[in-house]
Design a protein around this ligand. Structure first.
Ligand code: FAD
Length: 498
């Protein structure tokens, strides 16, 4: 067998590329996975797994402190060295799994699977060159198909020099050697707010958050922004709303930045800065020009037709393709592209009902549309909202801050359009609803399920019962905890309940 001839070459071994390569093996196809740095990409390092490890640890520190401070004791602290140790252990565990998996698979199926560490570049629709810095040897591969899964990198801001030590992006923040005494985060989107939550939870850093809009997380409903904002502020985070960042530079080893808020200019000095203003697709210098691959709108990404590029045998998946930048979506796209290649799959990927979690304080889980979207797009709907304080499990956890909000069609069938869960274990409640949305089912199915008690998911059931006018607690009695209304032409009308 010719060692350099493949059915598929995948460039990039992050979640999207790895999932694609593994799916190709299921079809009995010869696949070569090419990765220039570390398998796992931003799914593991300076990204999803690492930031979630920090979030989990910081939540524990915060939870302990909430309890013991109320008993009048000194706050519990852990050193950055201990934080770093936990972080390294988590990423190492995942790295070890990937390397064992690759090694064993290479032995088991050497007829099908190859892995090459090196920089992949497309030379023609059927040729990929791999440059290996270690031995500067270039390897040439022939292939029937190519999947580009080269991911994304943090976006920089014009005129702000990033040294990844004092002014950092998410690529540098985990290399800190100690907690910064003060940190400014530029950008109040999901990642910016996650890091603000993490550092304020540890309680060792004064955090500033620069928000160019009038509220953080502007793509979510106002009640979500409000609860997250309040919690950040309670932990000492200063949020500069409606702020324009005029200047940021390193002065005497610190960060000096100038902002304009409400027409007033302010100059602030902090120890470190984190830029969190989105990500850019990694598509430069991978040979797009050699084969004439077109870029998408505003040159932001490549391959915008259901994972296909304009070259029939070349596909693009994951962050580089510019869709929803999440590990789960990257994996779905990677697998989907392979199924299109080897199985001629005809159905398209749906991006409508993707489940997401935002690791904030509290946790926010989402699926489908929110209220804001229904108003902006004139979608008549019914909305039911239930406060966490009404749920037995939340009471038992002593974590009663948060709510469930379910949005259904404004008709008798009441098909579910979306849900937001904000609070402890919020993500565990979203799955059942996501499944119903996918199956295009109405809410009736949920009302009759028997849930374990006490569980957070019981709250979903009570929401559904409210919509069906058969809830255990009545909205007319607990007006501050239960709400049910229709939303037509942007007008909110309470649904009359007993
Ligand atoms: C701070 C942060 C937190 C996040 N949190 C979450 C979360 O909680 N949940 C979630 O679902 N998602 C999260 N994400 C997003 C998630 O990490 C990405 O969407 C996901 O990693 C994208 O996968 P990918 O395979 O497309 O790209 P990447 O993970 O970026 O992987 C691309 C890989 O390609 C390699 N590569 C690039 N060019 C070449 C080349 N020419 N040759 C060979 N190899 C190459 C890179 O080295 C890299 O390993 C987070 C991201 C960040 C930055």
């Amino acid at each position: 067998m010719d060692d350099s001839k493949y059915d598929l070459v995948v460039i990039g071994g992050g979640p999207a590329g790895y999932a694609a390569a593994m799916r190709a093996i299921d079809f009995g196809k010869r696949v070569c996975l090419v990765e220039k740095a570390k398998v796992g990409g931003a799914g593991v390092y300076n990204g999803a797994l690492s930031s979630k490890t920090l979030w989990e640890l910081s939540q524990r520190v915060k939870n302990v402190n909430e309890t013991i401070v109320s008993l009048g004791r000194k706050p519990f602290e852990i050193s950055w060295k201990e934080v770093k140790k936990t972080l390294d252990e988590a990423t190492f565990e995942r790295k070890f799994q990937y390397s064992c998996h690759i090694k064993l698979l290479k032995n088991q199926r050497k007829d099908l699977f190859s892995y090459i560490r090196g920089y992949g570049k497309i030379l023609s629709p059927t040729k990929v060159a791999i440059n290996r810095t270690r031995d500067s040897e270039e390897i040439l591969l022939e292939t029937d198909n190519i999947i580009i899964a080269t991911g994304s990198s943090p976006r920089k801001i014009h005129n702000i020099e990033v040294d990844e030590s004092i002014i950092m992006t998410s690529d540098g923040i985990e290399s800190l050697e100690d907690y910064p005494k003060s940190l400014v985060i530029v950008g109040a989107g999901v990642i910016g707010c996650e890091y603000a939550t993490i550092f304020s939870n540890f309680g060792k850093t004064k955090v500033y958050l620069i928000d160019r809009a009038n509220r953080i997380l502007p793509f979510e409903d106002e009640d979500i922004s409000e609860i997250v904002s309040k919690n950040l502020e309670k932990r000492g985070v200063t949020i500069h709303h409606d702020a324009q960042l005029d200047r940021m530079q390193i002065v005497n080893g610190e960060v000096e930045y100038e902002i304009t808020c409400d027409g007033k200019k302010e100059i602030i000095r902090v120890e470190r800065a984190l830029l969190s203003v989105g990500r850019e697709s990694n598509y430069t210098n991978i040979g797009l020009e050699a084969v004439g691959i077109k870029k998408g709108e505003n040159n932001r990404h490549i391959g915008d037709d259901d994972t296909r590029t304009n070259i029939p045998n070349i596909y693009a998946v994951g962050d580089v393709s510019g869709h929803i930048a999440l590990v789960n979506m990257g994996e779905i796209e990677g697998r989907h592209a392979v199924e299109k290649i080897f199985e001629n799959k005809q159905t398209r990927i749906s991006y409508d009902n993707v489940c997401t979690i935002m690791f904030l304080e509290p946790e926010v889980a989402a699926v489908g549309v929110n209220e804001q979207y229904c108003i902006e797009n004139n979608i008549p709907c019914k909305v039911v909202k239930l406060d966490y304080s009404i749920m037995a499990r939340a009471i038992a956890m002593r974590k009663t801050q948060g709510f469930f909000k379910i949005i259904v069609q404004n008709d008798a069938e009441m098909k579910i359009l979306g849900m937001r869960a904000v609070g402890e274990h919020a993500s565990s409640a979203i799955e059942a609803v996501a499944l119903l949305i996918k199956m295009e089912k109405g809410i009736g199915e949920l009302a009759e399920l028997v849930h374990p008690h006490p569980s957070i998911v019981e709250g979903v059931q009570e929401c559904v019962r409210m919509l069906m006018n058969k809830s255990i607690f009545k909205a007319s009695v607990f007006k501050d905890k239960l709400e049910c209304y229709s939303l037509v032409d942007g007008v909110k009308t309470p649904l009359q309940r007993l």
